[in-house]
Ligand binder design. Structure first.
Ligand code: ADP
Ligand code: MG
Length: 464
């Protein structure tokens, strides 16, 4: 990725929007940010407009820092991002493309941004998100190990066995959140320690820039002087051999000095094909912790915590609906909840199941699963080596009854069928039998790891 020639403002803006979209997720992006329009760039100030005051205030308070950080990453000269209200021009959609034009209100000229000045040291370190602390991280089965490791590293950095810490997991499961939480904790405990957090992409960008400006010595020295180095989304370095090489040297230098390294990735070290063997090996030598896909229970606790933090009362039924339907990642879940919260604040009306369905209609439909009870029965029977007939038979042997309960539980979770309807489909059982199955399995998931894994696996197979 060669650095952009300065002045290619349209491309820069498109890139910033794309990064924001990646960071906040599609739902949130569409709700709040899509209508942003780049108005002008005056020496050190970027002006962005939105069509309403409400949007302006929201974007200002929720994304203002990110916008500024992204602009600064692109153009070191940018000091301020001003967000103003201006009537919509109807060009927003067109601006999503690379070949966008920049709207210039009369009296202002769209000057290209200043060429990048050599960066100051403080700019080496990406800003930390204030929301990403241990306090706001909700712990459940799928993330408790990673969370415990993160805490441990935050409290006693560079403990042998925990260095490097390699954190991996799918998109939106909390890797960045945990890394920022570690950084906050270390900074709080010992403000003199330098904690450098940056994405692997940023690392590469800095490195390339240092080559270009012949300041690689400074690059190396700065990084080797930190106490804790955190590199997010390491998979970005796959196939980027020179940057990997540089990272490897930095890595070794820091570990030799007894400094803590934390790295995140979407895959475990062994699966990082395209990362040099010797680096992969070293990455796996400390603590490797993974964030598993969320469970229904974790999603529900996260929603409860976030609704409470936003001080908005949202009926349990609505939270259950979201936890049931939006299973891909926590970021999307948050996006949906934020939309409900905003709606409630905007119209001053309480959220109900109906209003939620209306507000989130497109989103919920996109996540609609068309799983049938029969499909569930078949998958569960296969998984436990049973016959389809065992799902509806009256046999009560544990090895048959338990899988049947799992199937009923999944039928309740994954379909819209009522309890009596599910009962009928399981050999004409009573709805109280289904209810019992659901609560029994829910309880067992918290106690029996093997069963919890079975259920998670089955759910995954049925959902995709
Ligand atoms: P990743 O880096 O793994 O893609 P993030 O750390 O950016 O994911 O998390 C995405 C969003 O979901 C963030 O807003 C984060 O705060 C939130 N999130 C993820 N996991 C949790 C959790 N266990 N508790 C609270 N919020 C979470
Ligand atoms: Mg991340």
């Amino acid at each position: 990725m060669p650095p952009e020639p300065p002045g290619n403002t349209a491309a820069t803006w498109a890139r910033i929007r794309a990064r924001l979209r990646d960071e906040v997720g599609e739902v949130e992006y569409r709700t709040w940010l899509r209508q942003m329009s780049l108005s002008s760039i005056e020496s050190d100030e970027v002006v962005i407009t939105l069509p309403t005051r409400f949007l302006r205030d929201w974007v200002n308070s929720h994304y203002g820092d990110r916008l500024r950080a992204f602009w600064q990453a692109e153009h070191g000269g940018v000091r301020r991002v001003a967000i103003l209200v201006a009537p919509s021009t109807g060009l927003e959609e067109a601006q999503a493309g690379l070949a966008q034009r920049v709207d210039v209100p009369p009296g202002r000229s769209a000057r290209p941004a200043e060429p990048r000045a050599p960066e100051a040291r403080s700019e080496w370190i990406a800003p930390l998100e204030p929301r990403f602390t241990f306090d706001t991280f909700v712990v459940g089965k799928p993330n408790e190990f990673a969370h415990a490791c993160a805490r441990r590293v935050a409290e006693r950095p560079a403990t042998p066995g925990f260095n490097p810490m390699f954190l991996y997991g799918g998109v939106g499961l909390g890797k960045t959140h945990l890394m920022h939480a570690i950084a906050w904790t270390i900074r709080e405990g010992e403000p003199t320690r330098t904690v450098a957090y940056m994405s692997a992409e940023k690392f590469m960008y800095r490195f390339i820039n240092s080559l270009r400006t012949q300041s690689t010595m400074e690059f190396k020295e700065t990084l080797r002087a930190v106490d804790v180095l955190m590199i997010d989304d390491l998979q970005f370095l796959i196939g980027k051999d020179n940057t990997q090489e540089e990272f490897f040297h930095t890595f070794n230098a820091l570990v030799d000095q007894g400094k803590q390294i934390v790295v995140s990735s979407d895959k475990p070290p062994a699966d990082l094909a395209g990362i040099e063997d010797r680096l992969r090996t070293r990455l796996g030598h400390g603590m490797v912790a993974d964030l598993h896909a969320t469970t229904y229970e974790l999603r529900l606790s996260i929603l409860q915590a976030k609704a409470a933090a936003a001080q908005v009362t949202i009926p349990a039924k609505v939270l259950e609906l979201l936890a049931n339907k939006i299973t891909a990642n926590v970021r999307e879940l948050e996006g949906a909840l934020n939309r409900l919260v905003a709606h409630a604040n905007l119209f001053g009306r309480p959220v109900t199941l109906d209003s939620a369905q209306e507000v989130l209609g497109d989103l919920l439909r996109a996540h609609e699963r068309r799983v049938s009870i029969e499909e569930i029965q078949r998958k569960v029977a296969d998984h436990y080596n049973l016959r389809m007939n065992d799902m509806i038979s009256a046999r009560r042997a544990r090895n048959v009854a338990r899988p049947r309960q799992v199937a009923m539980y999944l039928a309740k979770q994954l379909t819209q069928r009522s309890l009596p309807e599910i009962g009928r489909r399981f050999g004409g059982r009573d709805h109280t039998t289904v209810m019992h199955a659901v609560s029994r399995v829910t309880e067992l998931i918290g106690q029996d790891v093997a069963l919890a894994e079975d259920v998670a696996l089955l759910r995954k197979m049925l959902e995709t």
